[in-house]
Write a protein that binds this ligand. Structure first.
Ligand SMILES: Nc1nc2c(ncn2[C@@H]2O[C@H](COP(=O)(O)OP(=O)(O)OP(=O)(O)O)[C@@H](O)[C@H]2O)c(=O)[nH]1
Ligand SMILES: [Mg+2]
Length: 480
């Protein structure tokens, strides 16, 4: 039960729930105890719950503003858990505002009805236990999803897949803590209630499960925020051509002149349902041209910020591979790897794909393994000119982001930084718990189990740090 649930709001809230643009249908939505009174005034009658009724919507002087369907949901069987009224009229901006105003000025006790704040309907649904916090946030994710995969992941979280995974893990932690605490209450029994090995095994199982959940949530975050994919390599290798081929649009200037691209060029594309921010960079080489130098500096910055680096080589053999430059790319990417971050979970080292471009000019020699390095996930031969190999490259990008081409949305929950952070803290507590077990410090072990459990309960909102609700729902749209 959320902490704030006792504080049930009594004011009725109202908002236009559809987008602020002309459309065939527009909806004014209300939630709270005044819904029936508003229906009597604006629709001229009380409504039968869950029955669509064709009515005139009337203004304060009885004038007809619009005609449409009215729907009434009686508490608690509604989205918010309160009485809800939906007036579905014509989707004109002016007419919707007039209907909304008519609802707000109904002859009701002062302050009993007001405009809704952003996300307030969903906030009330959360406070009334209709949704937990992970589900409520999934509502916003579903609305803002830009790709089908992102929408599927949001729907999985909305249906409770993320919350259920968290709840199951919490149940395991609680059971383990109760057993450890029982041992504390009867110290002479030592670890009688549960063997030391068993505690160790269960802790390891919880950590494994936590890692699986983290990876699924991390994939969900990628779907929300997109993947930064950077194209790098020597001049003329075909970076801009590849950007154009992947974007299916002539976005970047392509010429046979080495050093054509001077500045970073950013293009948002969708690859296998994944939102990708594709970045073309200035070719990496030694140069005395000060403008080109500035561009090359930006190329290096892009490598540092990338989630995935596409390192290009020329398969035709005309442009020699610059091994010193490639090593520098790899060491920059590697510097952000597991060694650079404190906890195992937070680590998401960037990946590298080696792309041999101009395959159409390569002849027989193509296909040999050319760059062996732990960070290089795959090597793909493509031709930006003919389109050969582009499908394999798209697949490799999806795979590097943790999505298999045909994987659908299984094992993906829409998730946010705050939820990933809570998972990382839960993991840190469990790692501590393992250390306490080795030292037989059972009290500390129980405390770490409690902290892990508390971190997990932030995800579903059972435990709420101060001001979290405002921060979360403030980013929703009005009417949701
Ligand atoms: N045959 C063939 N030519 C290609 C291919 N990709 C690029 N080119 C040609 O290679 C030349 C350089 O291509 P760009 O895309 O400008 O290369 P770049 O890596 O962006 O070069 P800079 O911006 O100078 O760093 C152009 O003449 C392209 O038409 C390919 O797959 N096959
Ligand atoms: Mg270029």
């Amino acid at each position: 039960m959320p902490q704030a649930a006792a504080n049930t709001p009594r004011q009725t809230i109202a908002a236009v729930a559809t987008a602020a643009a002309a459309g065939a249908i527009g909806i004014v939505r209300l939630s709270g105890p005044a819904c029936d009174r508003v229906a009597q005034r604006v629709c001229g009658r009380s409504l039968v719950p869950r029955q669509a009724t064709l009515v005139d919507f009337r203004g304060p002087d009885g004038e007809v503003l619009d005609q449409g369907l009215a729907l009434y949901f009686k508490a608690p069987s509604s989205y918010t858990g309160e009485d809800v009224l939906e007036l579905q009229g014509h989707g004109g901006l002016a007419v919707l505002q007039m209907v909304l105003r008519a609802c707000l000025v109904c002859d009701l006790p002062e302050d009993s009805i007001r405009l809704a704040r952003p996300g307030e309907f969903t906030e009330r649904a959360f406070l009334n236990d209709r949704l937990d916090l992970a589900q409520a946030e999934a509502v916003a994710d579903l609305i803002s999803a830009q790709t089908s995969r992102a929408a599927q992941a949001a729907m999985a979280s909305l249906k409770g897949a993320f919350s259920e995974a968290i709840a199951a893990l919490q149940a395991q932690l609680i059971d383990l803590r109760l057993r450890v605490e029982a041992c504390l209450d009867f110290p002479e029994e030592d670890l009688e209630f549960i063997g030391r090995e068993q505690v160790a095994e269960r802790l390891a199982a919880c950590l494994d499960r936590l890692e699986q959940i983290f990876r699924a949530a991390q994939r969900g975050q990628t779907l929300r925020e997109g993947l930064r994919v950077v194209l790098v390599g020597p001049p003329n290798v075909g970076k801009s051509s590849l950007l154009n081929a992947l974007a299916e649009e002539e976005v970047a200037i392509v010429t046979p002149v080495a050093g054509t691209t001077r500045d970073r060029l950013i293009q948002d594309i969708v690859v296998s349902g994944l939102p990708i921010r594709l970045i073309d960079t200035a070719g990496l080489r030694q140069t005395t041209d000060p403008i080109e130098q500035l561009g090359i500096e930006r190329s290096w910055q892009s490598v540092e910020q990338a989630d995935l680096v596409i390192l290009l080589r020329d398969a035709s053999g005309d442009i020699a591979a610059d091994e010193a430059m490639e090593q520098r790319v790899l060491s920059l990417v590697g510097a952000r790897g597991p060694g650079a971050v404190k906890t195992g979970l937070a680590a998401r080292p960037a990946q590298v794909l080696l792309v041999l471009n101009k395959a159409d000019l390569a002849g027989e020699s193509l296909g040999a393994e050319v760059l062996q390095h732990g960070l290089v996930q795959r090597q793909v031969s493509v031709s930006a000119k003919t389109g050969e190999g582009l499908e394999a490259l798209r697949e490799a990008i999806a795979e590097a982001a943790g999505f298999l081409q045909a994987g659908g949305s299984e094992g993906v929950f829409s998730a946010r930084a705050r939820q990933l952070d809570a998972l990382v803290r839960a993991q840190a507590a469990l790692v501590q718990a393992q250390a306490h077990l080795r030292l037989e410090a059972l009290e500390c072990l129980a405390e770490e189990l409690r902290l892990a459990q508390q971190a997990l309960s932030e995800i579903t909102g059972e435990y709420l740090p101060d001001d979290l609700l405002g921060a979360i729902f403030g980013h929703f749209c009005i009417g949701k």
